[in-house]
Unconditional design. Structure first.
Lengths: 319, 433
């Protein structure tokens, strides 16, 4: 494997690359070559339960949903579920909302997360406390976050408007989740609040894995702070950045829970995302075929973006 | 060295034993004495609670064991639909909200009560049931075969603050014009009643997309002469009457708390209980809270009346809980026995005492109950003149689309004309599919 060497380097940067299975079996291969063939048989037997569970709970439902998406409600084979997507402006609007939501939230979470990681990577007093506090939002269930923000953003008695009022703002027109233009911003705000710590955590792990030597070299060469950041920190942090962006992008594209609690897609259709629309179609309108078709489109989009990230990660490491 | 794989290793024996034990546990999950068991799918809430308690009484009296499967409202529909359409026969009785009924009936997954009643010497349910409630249980509506019996008889009421109407010398809210005048007067003249100092809102409503906006709009829509479908069954929400009704709703919204376009039942209830809004369309389940000083700042001040009129007399939306027997039920006869018992006048009185409005006139007129629930005469009157949501199996989808456009119009995103035109086009698409 050509990428074996460079890829293995990533392992000490971030634990996730290791778990991601890119080079997971490198050591196992060395081990198995030393075992007898008969023990492979035992290996398959031991793996069998896992494979059976996987087949029953993942592969079968996946194949079944492909079948459902290609059938009309009366059971005939058809492509109408997919052609309907193109003329369904509810779906197309939801798709635009989803992409907007993911792009804005990802950018904010990345920039703030990186900034916080840089700040707390330096030798400052009480950084252990700050780090622990920063991780709290990530540990809360999304439903709890939804309810908390719903209360905080309440226009009459919420904490946000209450605070603004103290500073002399007129808050009557600030109805947050009820205003078509502010609603999307409100749900993004809640997401950024909850998931920036995740970005921060991976960035910090990445930063701490960077060895001291390149910095010393940069210091000797007389590099400025910005130059050090641009030409030493960023390139060495790239694998961590890409993994963090990849994981968050996949999560953001299928966002459901806290939007469902905060606005339920409203007001009107202002915060409806693809996941919410899929849920409604399947469980409220009981049209599972159309819901499955939409799910596959969302899966396709997620896949294309993810493959893009992974390609970028690989070329970067070999190049 | 690896001879161990020829023999059973200790861990393999442990695994095998675990497998056997778990298989035995699974087998043991089958109900015992299955011949005398009925399985009931209920809503987790006050309606389901009453039925569960009734089931316990029934078990003591008859020895028939009743197994309860309880689901939150949001999951009950999908759960029942999946079980019924895959013909599992898992339930002998199901509770359903009346707007779901056309969907189940159109899928032909419910038992026709005709033969079961005939076996018991009846050709129809007795006349004590409210006509508008029984009509919901027939498919087609009102005229067809009977597939359910009504258990909880909700219909909307008009909630208003009697004390404020008297204080400002306002005419009773019998027409929507009176309501608008009163909302304006109260909003402008009533001093800051709210904790936030924002003043008193004349009217409060739910305009969040979906069920909420539609339920709070329909009584206005009907009173103004709007109809969702014309005589030919084509959507007609963008008629001049329909657009006038939506304009009126938005006009009323000027005297409602800001952000009402995202309100659900909780927000409306909170405003009324805190005494920060004077009028609203609401459901009977809220009535008891208004007399509870720990929840309400307006004890004894709220009046529960009939829907205001406009061009047409005011009519409330009906929202009943029905009980049906799935087609694939394993014991339809035993299920029918229980259902007849549970919906008898005596049992319904017990259910009423547990907090559920009945569906029988005799229970509404029971003096003991009227003493406990003074709003019963108003509820009976509202129920008798109530209207159902349009009876179509596509209702969930239509309501969702209609609700989105109503909410958009109320939040100012669309003009009333655009909202109604787009809603009409969307409903047309849904029924053409």
């Amino acid at each position: 494997m050509a990428q074996k060497g460079p890829l293995r380097q990533t392992k000490f940067f971030i634990p996730f690359a290791y778990v991601n299975g890119i080079d997971f079996f490198a050591d196992a291969n060395d081990m198995t070559s030393g075992l007898k063939r008969i023990d492979r048989g035992l290996g398959y037997i031991l793996l069998a339960p896992t494979v059976a569970v996987l087949l029953a709970l993942t592969i079968y439902p996946l194949l079944y949903s492909i079948r459902v998406s290609l059938q009309s409600e009366t059971g005939n084979w058809t492509l109408q579920n997919f052609t309907r997507l193109l003329s369904d402006h509810f779906f197309l609007t939801a798709l635009v909302h989803t992409i907007l939501y993911a792009a804005i939230a990802l950018t904010l979470e990345f920039l703030i997360g990186l900034g916080l990681a840089l700040l707390l990577n330096s030798q400052m007093r009480g950084r252990a406390i700050f780090r622990s506090i920063l991780l709290v939002p990530m540990m809360l269930p999304a439903v709890v976050v939804g309810v908390v923000w719903r209360l905080m953003l309440n226009s009459d008695f919420g904490a946000v408007n209450g605070t603004l009022k103290i500073f002399g703002w007129r808050t009557e027109s600030l109805t947050w989740t009820a205003a078509p233009k502010l609603a999307l911003a409100s749900v993004i705000l809640a997401d950024v609040w909850q998931w920036t710590p995740f970005m921060f955590l991976i960035m910090l792990a990445g930063l701490q894995a960077i060895p001291q030597e390149p910095y010393e070299a940069a210091l000797i060469d007389g590099a400025s702070t910005w130059q050090t950041f641009r030409h030493v920190t960023l390139p060495l942090l790239k694998p961590a950045i890409l993994i963090a962006l990849l994981l968050r992008t996949m999560d953001l594209l299928r966002v459901f829970d806290h939007i469902f609690i905060l606005t339920e897609g409203g007001p009107g259709f202002a915060t409806e995302t693809v996941s919410l629309y899929i849920y409604r179609t399947a469980f409220r309108f009981s049209n599972f075929g159309y819901a499955a078709a939409m799910s596959f489109v969302l899966l396709g989009i997620t896949n294309v973006i993810s493959v893009g990230y992974i390609r970028f990660l690989r070329t970067n490491e070999t190049g | 060295m690896y001879r161990a794989n020829m023999r059973w290793a200790p861990y393999q024996i442990v695994m095998a034993a675990l497998l056997v034990v778990s298989a035995l546990l699974l087998i043991n999950c089958q109900p015992k004495g299955a011949g005398k068991t009925l399985t009931l799918a209920i809503n987790s809430g006050v309606e389901g609670d009453a039925l569960r308690e009734a089931a316990q009484d029934y078990e003591q009296q008859t020895g028939v064991h009743i197994q309860i499967a309880e689901f939150p409202y949001a999951n009950l529909f999908e759960k029942e639909l999946l079980d019924l359409s895959s013909h599992t026969g898992a339930y002998d009785l199901i509770m359903l909200d009346d707007p779901w009924f056309p969907k189940f009936a159109s899928l032909n997954v419910l038992t026709d009560f005709g033969p079961l009643l005939q076996k018991r010497g009846q050709d129809k349910p007795d006349d004590d049931f409210i006509a508008t409630s029984i009509a919901l249980c027939r498919n087609p509506y009102q005229t067809g075969a009977l597939y359910a019996l009504p258990y909880v008889g909700n219909s909307q009421l008009f909630f208003y603050r009697r004390d404020l109407f008297q204080k400002h010398n306002l005419p009773e809210p019998t027409t929507w014009d009176n309501v608008l005048t009163a909302a304006k007067t109260i909003h402008e003249q009533e001093p800051a009643g709210a904790a936030t100092g924002a003043g008193m809102y004349g009217y409060v409503m739910r305009a969040a997309q979906g069920n909420a906006a539609v339920a709070d709009f329909m009584p206005i829509f009907w009173a103004f002469g709007g109809e969702m479908f014309d005589a030919a069954g084509q959507p007609d929400v963008n008629s001049p009457e329909g657009i006038a009704a939506l304009k009126f709703m938005i006009e009323l919204g000027k005297y409602a708390p800001p952000g009402y376009a995202s309100f659900n039942a909780d927000e409306v209830g909170a405003h009324l209980l805190q005494g920060t809004a004077a009028m609203s369309i609401n459901w009977p389940a809220w009535i008891s809270s208004f007399n509870d000083p720990s929840k309400s700042k307006v004890v004894g001040k709220m009046e529960f009346g009939q829907m205001p009129a406009a061009k047409n007399p005011g009519r409330a939306e009906i929202g009943n809980w029905l009980i049906a027997i799935p087609r694939e039920a394993k014991r339809p006869d035993a299920a029918m026995d229980f259902l007849i018992w549970a919906t008898s006048a005596a049992q319904m009185k017990l259910s009423a005492q547990r907090g559920n409005p009945p569906t029988r006139a005799s229970v509404f007129n029971d003096p003991e109950l009227q003493a406990k629930f003074p709003s019963y005469p108003a509820q009976l009157k509202s129920l008798e003149s109530s209207r159902p949501r349009p009876r179509t199996p596509l209702w969930n989808e239509i309501e969702n689309a209609f609700g989105i456009y109503l909410s958009k119009a109320n939040s100012g995103e669309l003009s009333p004309e655009d909202a109604m035109n787009q809603a009409n086009a969307e409903i047309k698409k849904i029924i053409a599919r």
